[in-house]
Design a protein around this ligand. Structure first.
Ligand code: IVH
Length: 711
């Protein structure tokens, strides 16, 4: 069997042929990546090849050659620009992919510095590993004279003219510095600028970039600097070239502070940490913050903070011994789109889902990704059979970002995507809802897919909370036509459940008990459970607080309500202009789209039937509805009871209570049905939960002020 990853060769001949193959592959990918700016594999795959070669060369030192990719940095520079020899070589970083490798790094550092086990932990400067392009900026007597790419680490390309167009790079230093100074850092593009650039490129019919790194590379390597100038590139400094000058700060952390003073942007977060625990703590923190950063990073970098120690540790062939890159799993990968499947949601919405050739991205193997909707697929011109860029960041559902159109062979006639005319589940017609750009199956609850989703929605914890009624069981109940609507759940008998495959008597009894317990719920929960389009938990709460009963809601005169609302909004515009207190507006946050959906839901005889059947089962809290919420603008706060909970941002609790009492209101310490408002601040706990449970209006500090002012 040919040796490959996972089965390391153990004799020298096998190792030699594997090493030759790896070097060829790495050189090829280096060329595609560094010279052509057109990667064919993702970073993780490349890093793996490299790690395998390194491991083999460590095991068979006699096979190491001077021209191995492990002995030099990246590929040689392109032809278009003049060559520059770096005053000090531009090194690379050793990579770590797990905690153990970080421990190994710390151990080697401690050994190299001659530290004992009982010596204190080593201080490291922990910083971000920017996913851009390394550049060096030469300053002579404080003036920017030359900028170059890394190239092979010894010779780079002279891109001074292009770098000069970056506003992040100072032309003159803002503080005194050695006569000769090389500043090292990374050129990159912010994610938002990248999206914007791609939108522009697409509109012009120009090349769309794969990721911000490639967009930055493509923009920097422009022979015409005016193109670079139009691309909004950034620069982040992380070090200097030569480190002989005694004027330089003697710690990496202080060096970065100093570079900032000289006028260079330096990324954050960065922090001096102690030993392995400190490094791993920083890694975990950054992993959390990563999705919120404005730019891509592919890991963090640890550097021994004391530059004297750095000098003592020195470097091996390609990387300093004092620094380590701790990499994150790549968030983007390239794979093949095998199929576009259509899923039918609870409201009949058809969602296209990409079936992918499995690919390792964001730390797991991904084989499905969302494609959002038809317009999105058209806009991105995604076709079955395409090579696509898939992104998986944090816990977010994987997405197909874009197609690699150049990889679509010209003769390859891939059909463009269109939504099916019939529901793939029930065969009913589909129609496009123009207001939302969504296609829907018109089958409603007669479509098994919609029925299953509706029942699962009804049963979920935040709705009727029926434990044990999961996807598998609902599939069975619907497929066997035992349950047509949520109301049928309450009529299921033990025999029926026990007769289902893989259903033990004990768990059947538990499910029945859970269904039986799903009664007497507050109106807001029940409304949410019904699964009316656009009625999420918040909207359900607002509707419940306003109408106070299902009959009130079912019989709502929406036209009159909306007219009243519009009237008040108009009046408020006048009042605001005149500096007067505004009127309260009923059903704040509920627009015509929602009211139309609610009205439509209650107009369906079938839905009314289901609701009647559910009410007969006692699903709703039977206690009489409290008095309707008084419109806020009807006099003062006389007779209104308030409960205060949590900390308000700029008001003590006593101050808030005083304001309420001054307006005639009362303060109570516990939430009950007689409470009119709960004023909730930071860290509000059980009282807030109780208020939600009872559908009591909740105010924040601002809401309280608005209420007081409206009196
Ligand atoms: S220091 C002395 N610090 O990562 C070591 N490099 O594989 C020189 N990079 O091409 C690099 N962020 O461009 C250093 N905070 C950071 C970095 C960083 C990104 C890049 C650098 C280099 C590559 C090393």
């Amino acid at each position: 069997m040919a040796p490959g990853p996972g089965n390391a060769p153990d004799d020298v001949d096998q190792a030699r042929s594997r090493i030759v193959a790896l070097r060829e592959q790495i050189e090829h990918h280096n060329y595609s990546y560094y010279v052509l700016d057109a990667p064919e594999i993702d970073d993780t795959a490349f890093d793996r090849l490299f790690a395998e070669l390194q491991a083999l060369e460590t095991r068979f030192p006699e096979l190491v050659t001077e021209d191995s990719p492990t002995r030099r940095v990246g590929a040689r520079a392109d032809q278009g620009f003049a060559e520059v020899r770096h005053r000090a070589p531009m090194l690379s970083l050793a990579n770590a992919f797990d905690d153990d490798e970080v421990r190994g790094f710390d151990r080697r550092v401690r050994e190299g510095l001659g530290l004992d086990t009982d010596d204190p932990p080593v201080p490291y400067n922990a910083e971000l590993k920017y996913d851009g392009l390394a550049v060096t900026l030469s300053y002579e007597n404080g003036r920017f004279v030359r900028g170059a790419t890394r190239g092979d680490g010894e010779l780079g390309e002279d891109i001074t003219a292009n770098l000069r167009t970056l506003r992040a790079i100072p032309n003159r230093l803002r503080a005194s510095a050695p006569a000769l100074l090389d500043v090292r850092g990374e050129v990159l593009m912010y994610r938002s600028d990248f999206e914007e650039l791609n939108r522009r490129q697409q509109a012009l019919g120009d090349k769309v970039f794969v990721n911000p790194r490639n967009a930055a590379a493509g923009s920097l390597r422009q022979l015409d600097p005016s193109v670079t100038a139009a691309r909004r590139l950034r620069f982040l400094a992380y070090g200097v070239g030569e480190d002989t000058d005694s004027m330089l700060p003697q710690r990496q952390s202080a060096l970065l502070d100093w570079l900032r003073e000289l006028g260079f942007p330096v990324g954050s977060p960065r922090r001096v940490v102690e030993g392995v625990a400190g490094m791993l703590g920083f890694y975990a923190q950054v992993a959390q913050q990563r999705p919120a950063l404005s730019f891509d990073i592919d890991g963090v970098v640890y550097k021994v903070d004391a530059r004297a120690s750095q000098r003592r540790l020195g470097h091996v062939a390609r990387a300093p011994r004092y620094a380590l890159a701790h990499k994150f799993p790549a968030e983007e990968a390239i794979t093949r789109l095998l199929e576009i499947e259509i899923q039918v949601g609870r409201t009949g919405a058809l969602t296209p889902v990409a079936r992918l050739e499995p690919v390792f991205v964001g730390g797991t193997t991904v084989s499905n990704a969302t494609l959002h909707n038809e317009d999105e697929i058209r806009r991105k011109d995604i076709r079955v059979g395409d090579w696509v860029v898939v992104r998986r960041a944090g816990d977010v559902i994987p997405q197909v970002l874009r197609v690699l159109a150049d990889r679509r062979a010209p003769q390859q006639e891939l059909p463009s995507f269109s939504m099916p005319a019939n529901c793939p589940v029930c065969g009913a017609a589909t129609e496009r809802d123009e207001t939302e750009a969504v296609w829907r199956c018109v089958g409603g609850l007669s479509c098994p897919a919609q029925r299953k989703r509706a029942i699962l929605h009804f049963a979920q914890r935040r709705a009727m909370d029926i434990e044990g009624l999961g996807e598998k069981l609902v599939d069975q109940l619907v497929d066997r036509e035992l349950v047509q609507s949520p109301a049928d759940l309450y009529a299921i008998g033990l025999d029926t459940l026990v007769a289902l495959p893989r259903m033990a008597e004990k768990s059947a009894a538990n499910v029945l008990a859970a269904i039986d317990g799903a009664r007497g719920k507050p109106l807001s929960r029940f409304l949410f459970a019904l699964g009316i389009a656009h009625v999420g938990e918040e909207v359900a709460r607002i509707l419940a607080a306003h109408f106070r009963s299902i009959d009130g809601l079912a019989g709502a005169d929406w036209d009159a309500l909306l007219a009243d609302k519009a009237e008040r909004q108009k009046e408020n515009a006048k009042r605001r202009a005149a500096g007067e207190a505004p009127l309260a507006v009923p059903l704040e946050g509920i627009g015509p789209e929602i009211t139309a959906a609610v009205a439509h839901f209650f107009s369906e005889p079938r839905n009314r039937g289901i609701i009647a059947a559910l009410l007969a089962q006692g699903v709703l809290d039977a206690s009489p509805p409290t008095a309707p919420a008084a419109p806020v603008d009807d006099a003062a706060l006389a007779g209104r009871t308030f409960v205060l909970t949590g900390t308000l941002p700029d008001l003590t609790r006593d101050q808030a209570a005083e304001l309420i009492r001054a307006a005639g209101g009362q303060i109570s310490s516990s939430v009950s049905r007689r409470t009119d408002y709960v004023v909730a601040g930071e860290a509000a706990g059980s009282k807030l939960a109780k208020a939600r449970e009872l559908d009591i209006p909740i105010l924040d500090a601002e809401g309280l002020r608005a209420l007081l002012e409206s009196k």
